[in-house]
Design a protein around this ligand. Structure first.
Ligand code: HEC
Ligand code: HEC
Ligand code: HEC
Length: 397
C-alpha cells in the first residue's frame, strides 16, 4: 500500500513537471532577465528558422552556452519545428527514462542575483579563500573539495578547532538544481545557504563583521567587489559575499555523464548491467523520491537512524520528526560515506538500507550491484575551470 501511494504521488509530480517546456526550464533562466524576453524574440524573428539561425551564431560567438535545445524552444514559440538540418526532436522517452531528465546546462538563476563574469570570478576566489574563516585555515573547499567530488569524504565534517560537526557534507556539484538546501532544507537558496557555514561554530566560525572587515583590508578584493557589484557605494557586504559565492556555485555543473548521453539518445552510453540497474531503480520504487534532473524530489521523508530530528528542528511540526530532504544522486559514487550521519560506508550499503527502510524491500546482492553500476553512470564531467585553484593575494595573512 505504501508503495502504491508513493508511485501515485510520483505520477502526479511528473505530469505537472512535464508541462514546463524548454523555454520555461532553460531559456527563461536568462531570457527576460539578462537577454531579450519571449515577446521581444517573437517580434524580432518572423520564423522558427530565423530564430535558430541567430541562436546558433550566438552560440558560436560564445554568447550563449552550447547544448541548448533551440529547435524545441522554437517549436514551443512558433507552434512548429524549424525546417532545417541538425534540428532534431529529443529522443522519445520510454517506460523507464521518462522519470529522469538530462542535466540542464544552466540551473535556475534568481532575478536578484544575475550571473556576470566578474561576480563568478569573485565568488570563486571567496570559495577557495580560508581567510573567510576565524582560523584562516578553512575554506568552502576544505569540506566541499572540488577535486574529490565536491565533498570531504569524512563521516561528518571537521571544522573550526578540529571540532567534528553533526552531519555529513553533501556535494556542492549541481546543488544549484536542488529545491532546498541542507539535509533538513533550512535554506531555500544558495545565497541563504552560504551564510550558514561562514558563521557556524563547528564550521568556519566567523561573524559577518569579521568577514567584511578582513575583505575590506585586501586591495584586490576591493577592486573585485566593485566590478562584481557595479554602482553600489559600499559593495563589500556579507550579503554580497553570499551572492558572489552562490553565482560561482551555479557554474559547478557536471554535464555529459554516461546517463545523460543515454537519455539524449546514445543507447551505447550505458552498459547492459547499467541499463538493468536503471530498470531496477524504477521498478523497485527508488524513483518515487529520486527523480528529475538531479534525482531528488526536493521533498522530506522519514528516515530515522539516530536521534537527529531532521526537518523537525526547522519547523517544530510533529509530522516533520526525523524527516530529511531527498539528496541528489549526481556524483554519488564519489561522495562516500553516505546519509546525513555518514553511517553507510559504501554505496552498496546505502542502496541496501534505502530499499529496506524506504521501500520495505530486500534486494539481492546482484540487484544491489546493478543499481550501483547504474548510479556510477550519473558521474558527469567536472568543469575544468572549477578545479583550477585561484591565486590569492596573501598580503593580509
Ligand atoms: C545562459 C544564458 C542564456 C540561455 C540559457 C539562453 N540564452 Fe539566448 N541569449 C543569451 C544572451 C546573453 C543573448 C544576447 C543578448 C543580447 O545580444 O543582448 C541571447 C540571445 C538570444 C537570441 C537572439 C536575440 C536577439 O535579439 O538577437 C535568441 C534567438 C536566443 N537567445 C534564443 C535562445 C533560446 C531559444 C534559448 C533556449 C533554448 C536560449 N536563448 C537560452 C543568453 C542565454
Ligand atoms: C566544516 C566543513 C564545511 C565547510 C567549511 C563548509 N561546508 Fe557546506 N556543508 C557542510 C555540511 C556538514 C553540510 C550539511 C549540513 C546540514 O545539512 O545540516 C553542508 C551543506 C552545504 C550545502 C547544501 C548541499 C545540499 O545538498 O543540501 C551547500 C550548497 C554548501 N554546504 C556550500 C558551502 C559553501 C559555499 C561553503 C563556504 C562558504 C561551505 N559549504 C562551507 C560542511 C561544510
Ligand atoms: C521515500 C523516499 C525515498 C525512496 C523510496 C528512496 N530514497 Fe534514497 N534517500 C531518500 C532520503 C530522504 C535520503 C536521505 C537519508 C538521510 O537522511 O541520510 C536518501 C538517501 C539516499 C542515498 C544516499 C545519498 C547520500 O549522498 O548520502 C542513496 C545512495 C539513495 N538514497 C539511493 C536510493 C535507492 C537506490 C533507492 C531504491 C532502492 C532509494 N534511495 C529509495 C529518499 C528515498
Amino acid at each position: 500500500m505504501k508503495k502504491l501511494l508513493l508511485s501515485v504521488t510520483a505520477m502526479l509530480a511528473i505530469s505537472a513537471s512535464a508541462k514546463a517546456g524548454v523555454w520555461e526550464t532553460t531559456c527563461a533562466n536568462c531570457h527576460g532577465r539578462v537577454a531579450p524576453s519571449k515577446t521581444q524574440i517573437l517580434e524580432k524573428f518572423a520564423t522558427p528558422e530565423d530564430l535558430v539561425k541567430r541562436a546558433r551564431e550566438l552560440v558560436n560567438a560564445g554568447v550563449m552556452p552550447k547544448g541548448l535545445q533551440f529547435g524545441l524552444a522554437a517549436k514551443e514559440l512558433y507552434g512548429r519545428m524549424p525546417k532545417m538540418k541538425g534540428v532534431h526532436m529529443p529522443p522519445k522517452t520510454d517506460k523507464y527514462t521518462r522519470f529522469f531528465e538530462v542535466l540542464p546546462s544552466t540551473p535556475p538563476i534568481p532575478a536578484d542575483n544575475p550571473m556576470t563574469v566578474a561576480k563568478v570570478k569573485l565568488g570563486k576566489m571567496l570559495y577557495f579563500d580560508p581567510r573567510l574563516s576565524r582560523s584562516n585555515l578553512i575554506s568552502c573547499n576544505t569540506c566541499h573539495n572540488l577535486s574529490i567530488g565536491g565533498d570531504d569524504n569524512q563521516k561528518t565534517s571537521i571544522g573550526d578547532k578540529w571540532q567534528k560537526g553533526p552531519r555529513n557534507a553533501p556535494t556542492v556539484f549541481n546543488a544549484a538544481f536542488l529545491k532546498v538546501q541542507f539535509w533538513d532544507g533550512r535554506a531555500a537558496t544558495l545565497e541563504e545557504q552560504a551564510k550558514g557555514p561562514l558563521t557556524a561554530h563547528v564550521e568556519m566560525n566567523a561573524t559577518p563583521e569579521m568577514v567584511v572587515k578582513k575583505l575590506k583590508a585586501i586591495p584586490e578584493y576591493r577592486e573585485m567587489f566593485k566590478k562584481a557589484f557595479p554602482g553600489e557605494v559600499d559593495p563589500i557586504t556579507f550579503d554580497n559575499v553570499a551572492k558572489a559565492i552562490a553565482a560561482y556555485e551555479r557554474t559547478l555543473i557536471t554535464p555529459n555523464s554516461p546517463f545523460d548521453r543515454y537519455l539524449s539518445g546514445d543507447k551505447k552510453a550505458l552498459s547492459r548491467v547499467q541499463i538493468e540497474g536503471m530498470k531496477l531503480f524504477v521498478d523497485k520504487g527508488c524513483v518515487s523520491c529520486h527523480r528529475g534532473p538531479v534525482l531528488s524530489d526536493g521533498l522530506f521523508h522519514k528516515f530515522k537512524i539516530n536521534d537527529d530530528k531532521g526537518r523537525y528542528k526547522v519547523t517544530k511540526k510533529k509530522e516533520d520528526m526525523y524527516k530529511f530532504r531527498t539528496p541528489q544522486l549526481r556524483m554519488v559514487s564519489q561522495t562516500a560515506p553516505y546519509f546525513h550521519d555518514g553511517s553507510a560506508k559504501t554505496l552498496e550499503e546505502a542502496i541496501d538500507v534505502m530499499a529496506k527502510k524506504m521501500l520495505n524491500v530486500k534486494l539481492t546482492r546482484s540487484e544491489i550491484y546493478r543499481i550501483r553500476k547504474f548510479l556510477d553512470s550519473l558521474t558527469g564531467q567536472v568543469p575544468m575551470e572549477a578545479v583550477v585553484l585561484p591565486v590569492l593575494d596573501d598580503s593580509s595573512r
